[in-house]
Design a protein around this ligand. Structure first.
Ligand SMILES: O=C(O)c1cccc(C(=O)CC[C@H]2O[C@@H](n3cnc4c(=O)[nH]cnc43)[C@H](O)[C@@H]2O)c1
Length: 209
């Protein structure tokens, strides 16, 4: 049977994943740490020693307001490294604009798994990876303009995706919404709702295998 490696930033996310998995031997879990650099390094180290059929980066995320809501699930059809690049008077220049490679990753091999997510509270589309959590209306507006189709922001997906591409392993990012991106309100993050949704979404992932 196919094998899956599911990596989360923090232990509480990993616990929610384990609850959804129950007794499911094809899947292993590990921590990828906080942010795109840690996630790329740790995912790459894991993939150097085991080669799963699918790497999943799972966790909570902030929704771009109006594009997803707290407690909903966002399945990444593309993970975008959204704040690595250069500023210019004409606007932000991405890694791709600068000619240094890609700023986004998508695995066609994950399509079969993605097609299993059919519930109304699941959105499929772009997920941004940022090194800095959005904390002002100004930054939010800039991100919305720059990425008019992005559904949510998190901090690890593109790092893990880059590692997966380097090792030739199919990749999927799965996020459940704990907060709306915008002016910082860390106390308002609905962690329990997002972690319960993560457990549910992992149950769906199991059904796809
Ligand atoms: O304190 C807790 O109980 C707790 C439980 C689960 C997760 C956490 C985290 O702090 C996870 C950090 C993780 O969350 C992603 N995230 C969530 N919202 C946003 C956002 O608005 N913008 C960017 N990233 C967000 C991110 O991937 C972090 O690594 C705490």
């Amino acid at each position: 049977m196919a094998s899956i490696l599911i990596m989360t930033a923090v232990e509480k996310e990993r616990e929610a994943v384990l609850k959804g998995l129950g007794d499911f031997p094809p899947a292993k879990t590990a921590l990828c740490g906080f942010g795109p650099v840690e996630s790329a390094v740790r995912a790459s180290a894991m993939l150097a020693s085991c080669k799963p059929d699918l790497l999943v980066n799972a966790g909570i995320a902030g929704a771009i307001p109006g594009r997803a809501a707290v407690g909903e699930t966002v399945i990444g059809e593309e993970s975008i490294l959204a704040d690595l690049g250069a500023e210019s008077p004409e606007g932000f220049l991405s890694v791709k604009d600068l000619g240094f490679g890609t700023d986004r990753w998508f695995s066609p091999e994950a399509g079969k798994v993605i097609s299993h997510y059919t519930r109304g509270n699941v959105h499929k589309g772009q997920i941004l990876t940022l090194s800095t959590v959005t904390g002002t209306e100004l930054t939010l507006e800039e991100l919305k303009k720059r990425y008019p189709h992005a559904l949510a922001e998190a901090m690890e997906g593109a790092g893990a995706a880059a590692a997966a591409a380097f090792h030739g392993v199919p990749f999927l990012e799965m996020r459940t919404i704990s907060n709306l991106a915008g002016p910082r309100d860390r106390g308002g993050w609905e962690l329990d709702k997002a972690l319960e949704a993560l457990t549910d979404s992992i149950r769906t992932l199991k059904e796809a295998f």
